[in-house]
Design a protein around this ligand. Structure first.
Ligand SMILES: O=c1[nH]c(=O)c2ncn([C@@H]3O[C@H](COP(=O)(O)OP(=O)(O)OP(=O)(O)O)[C@@H](O)[C@H]3O)c2[nH]1
Ligand SMILES: [Mg+2]
Length: 196
């Protein structure tokens, strides 16, 4: 069976990548499976920079091809926040529930029509001695008023994708994986459409 190494420690992402790649019979190996995998500091100013940092560090260290995912939630009424700080919006260590509380608090006075948002996913592929390439995907939606649903991870319980009345966390994983930013980025990868 072929393998792909993904430079992430996020269990939610890993579960989704496993589902995406299972149909190609490709086994997903993550940083949770590698001994001595470092914690990579995400010091970049953009999703691309952070995705490159993660993929290139692991690629260099183990001399292998690596895929990474840097993703986040962009909320229009918050001038794009939490953005690249999505994982650690309410501080470190990462706490999804605290992040959601912070976002809902900041949006408490914001009316329905202005609660627009989008998820973004930037994938980077780093190969030793090659230039890193990037793929991008979005998922548009709105931010609800309370947390609903148990599936997914991160902000899924407050994100209502366009065209749906349920939150992303209420959708079955197979449904999220048809419409998500991560799925759309993987589709770009499958088509070989780089983003710059
Ligand atoms: O509701 C959500 N559904 C998603 O599908 C999703 N994708 C990303 N996010 C948010 O954005 C952060 C990524 O930050 P991030 O790319 O640095 O990843 P991470 O730090 O969690 O893991 P790693 O891959 O860096 O190891 C995550 O923690 C989440 O808060 C999502 N939220
Ligand atoms: Mg991270």
């Amino acid at each position: 069976m072929k393998k792909i190494v993904i430079a992430t420690k996020n269990k939610g992402k890993i579960a989704e990548f496993k589902q995406f790649f299972s149909k190609n019979n490709v086994e997903v190996v993550s940083l949770l499976d590698l001994e001595d995998a470092p914690d990579i500091e995400e010091t970049g100013k953009t999703f691309e920079e952070n995705a490159a940092l993660k993929a290139e560090e692991i690629s260099r260290r183990f001399n292998i091809a690596v895929l990474s995912d840097d993703s986040g939630l962009i909320i229009d009424a918050l001038d794009g926040r939490p953005g690249i700080f999505s994982a650690r919006y309410a501080g470190e260590p990462t706490d999804d529930k605290a992040n959601i509380r912070k976002v809902l608090g900041e949006l408490s006075e914001v009316p329905e029509a202005e609660r627009t948002a989008r998820f973004i996913c930037v994938l980077a592929i780093a190969v030793p001695d090659k230039e890193t390439v990037f793929y991008q995907g979005y998922c548009k939606g709105t931010i609800g008023h309370t947390e609903i649903g148990e599936n997914g991870f991160g902000y899924d319980p407050i994100f209502i994708p366009d065209g749906y009345t349920q939150t992303m966390a209420e959708l079955p994983p197979e449904e999220k994986n048809k419409i998500s930013h991560r799925k759309n980025a993987i589709s770009q990868l499958e088509k070989g459409l780089y983003s710059k």
